[in-house]
Design a protein. Structure first.
Length: 615
């Protein structure tokens, strides 16, 4: 008996298999192979075989003997367990690897598109649904709500508890900043420095809690967008403590900060040293830069992204710092995911400063084609439109040759540069920018901004709390633009999630937001229609969104004067219609198609109309 126990204990110590990633896989995947990372003391010194007559296509070792990358084909994988056997000097141990049943029609899942409204949440600051998980012994940073850059305790349960509030606003898709573990000593609340990309941070919940969020969203007819980071991890990522290879991360040696000039990716005159530093330099010292040119790294990132889609039943990705990684590698990553899921939408954060530079990163870009480059990324963020809001163009109440509503007109005149204008993310703010209500500290400007986002081409995205007038200044630090949502914590004295306890000001912001975006949910002309716009006059911008079946006229009066507008000028878009109704006021008016009589509409200062036209 003692001999058997000794053999058993020897076998356990002999194995020392600490991690297996991906932890499991699925049958009937389109991807032809699966590369499994086995991590454990001297695991690379073992011979490995697998059950069920599955051949091993490749067994890759690195300079670190604690890693072994084993590749098997996926064609004949069936639901059940595979047994991997590791042998060394006549000693053996096994590992059971599960192949799961794939969800029916998973490959052709529907993603988010221009019919959606995306609601962006910073989960640590949104709502604390479970105070018992505010801290955990496995992670370093503890909650400190007195620190503007500290952890506050918001979590996934808090999001789930308020999904009905979010849906009632007209939201159809939820984008949360990253939820995977971030084990930095401080500033970890934003989670863009991930320390384990297969594990939800326990201060947010568990992997199972994340699955519940996905389930609850889908039960409400809503979608889940995951924030993915391909460019960097945390310096406390478990691999940083025992790197698979020196070139898993970019090293100079060690840390060197990027120059942040991602225009070097497409600059034909670029100095090679500048381009290398932009791509290979670390975003900040606590975020080591991943080397996507390393095939093992790239395969790891592809499989991790696919694993989360399948595991959590995701509806899309938003990808952080997209142009900071090697562009050819990013094209490989994106294409691999969209090959697996042909209808899957991926949004690239390409924070650049000209229309052409942003358009370069969209799939099938005519700009990228000049350099024979295709990113394969379907969606890019319209940072040029955001830039207009950020610079305060709505404060220009008098139109000049270059300022006022002509800036908005000129922006959309550049749409010819984009391969798919319906697949642009349009926004006035996000978690990295000034709050819209800080830039424009009044309700009227907010209403104009929301009218624009709700009616122009693309996919609108709004930021949590702005719909109740929340503000915050980036000048005071990122933490100030990521404040707690009123009512999200047990000690809050006021609850803005509940209409009955909102202040009058909060309700004024909320009711307008709800009205315009609830209407948008069923406005086909807005989702997929063409745009016809007219040169602004007297700081009034008029445009139409139209299909063969329906048409919507939008009027934005950004002047401080009441305006009477003759409809004759818009005859090419109005000739088939006899009346219209403003969805904001329910006011109806007649369109007179008679040369002897001129129809007019009157619009108040700093206000808008969204007019649904009828024949």
């Amino acid at each position: 008996m003692k001999k058997l126990l000794l053999l058993f204990l020897t076998s356990l110590s002999f194995a020392q298999l600490q991690r297996v990633e991906p932890p499991f896989w699925w049958e009937n995947m389109h991807r032809e192979s699966l590369q499994i990372l086995f991590y454990g003391k001297n695991i690379a010194s073992h011979e490995v075989t697998v059950s069920d007559q599955i051949p091993i296509l490749n067994s890759t070792k690195t300079e670190n003997p604690n890693y072994l990358f084993v590749t098997i084909p996926t064609k004949n994988l069936k639901k059940g367990n595979l047994t991997f056997t590791f042998s060394q000097n006549k000693k053996k141990f096994t590992h059971t690897y599960e192949i799961k049943d794939r969800k029916e029609n998973s490959r052709f899942r529907k993603s988010f598109d221009s019919s959606d409204l995306v609601y962006l949440i910073m989960p640590d600051r949104f709502a604390n649904g479970d105070t018992s998980n505010d801290s955990h012994q496995s992670v370093i940073e503890k909650p400190n709500r007195n620190n503007i850059n500290g952890r506050y305790g918001g979590d996934i349960k808090g999001i789930i508890q308020n999904l009905d509030y979010i849906k009632d606003l007209g939201v159809t898709a939820l984008w949360s900043t990253p939820l995977c573990e971030d084990n930095d000593e401080r500033g970890s609340y934003h989670h863009y420095g991930q320390s384990d990309v297969y594990k939800i941070d326990l201060r947010f919940g568990t992997n199972e809690t994340y699955l519940e969020l996905s389930k609850q969203l889908h039960q409400r007819g809503m979608k889940l967008i995951k924030d993915y980071v391909t460019n960097h991890w945390s310096y406390n990522h478990w691999m940083m403590h025992d790197m698979p290879s020196y070139d898993w991360f970019h090293q100079f040696p060690g840390y060197k900060q990027t120059n942040y000039k991602t225009t070097t990716q497409m600059d034909p005159n670029v100095a090679a040293s500048d381009k290398k530093l932009a791509m290979d330099g670390w975003f900040v010292k606590s975020m080591p830069d991943l080397n996507q040119k390393n095939p093992l790294v790239m395969n790891y990132l592809i499989q991790n992204a696919i694993w989360w889609v399948e595991y959590a039943d995701l509806d899309g990705y938003r990808v952080d710092t997209y142009p900071y990684a090697d562009k050819e590698s990013m094209a490989t990553w994106t294409k691999a995911i969209t090959d697996e899921y042909p209808n899957f939408n991926i949004t690239a954060e390409a924070w650049l400063y000209t229309h052409a530079q942003i358009a370069y990163w969209q799939k099938d870009s005519k700009i990228g084609a000049i350099q024979n480059y295709n990113s394969y990324c379907p969606n890019v963020m319209d940072f040029m439109l955001f830039g207009l809001f950020e610079k305060g163009f709505l404060k220009k109440e008098e139109q000049t040759w270059a300022e006022g509503m002509i800036q908005l007109y000129d922006h959309f005149s550049n749409d010819f540069l984009f391969s798919d204008t319906n697949n642009l993310l349009v926004f006035a703010e996000n978690h990295d920018t000034q709050r819209i209500n800080f830039v424009y500290p009044n309700l009227k400007d907010y209403q104009l901004a929301m009218t624009i986002l709700a009616t122009v081409r693309g996919i609108p995205q709004i930021y949590y709390g702005s719909e109740i007038g929340m503000t915050g200044s980036k000048d005071k630090g990122d933490g100030d633009i990521r404040r707690e949502f009123p009512g999200g914590w047990p000690d809050h004295t006021q609850n803005a999630f509940d209409q009955n306890t909102r202040t009058a000001e909060q309700e004024a912001y909320h009711s307008f937001t709800k009205k315009v975006f609830q209407w948008r949910k069923n406005a086909k002309a807005i989702h997929h229609g063409k745009t016809t716009h007219y040169l602004p006059q007297n700081n009034v911008y008029v445009y139409f969104r139209h299909t063969e079946q329906e048409s919507v006229m939008v009027v934005i009066n950004n002047s401080n004067q009441k305006q009477e507008i003759s409809l004759d000028r818009f005859e090419e878009n109005l000739k088939e219609f006899s009346e219209g109704t403003d969805i904001l006021t329910n006011q109806s008016f007649e369109i007179i198609n008679n040369e002897a009589v001129s129809s007019t509409i009157t619009i108040e200062p700093k206000s808008s109309k969204i007019i649904k036209l009828k024949k």
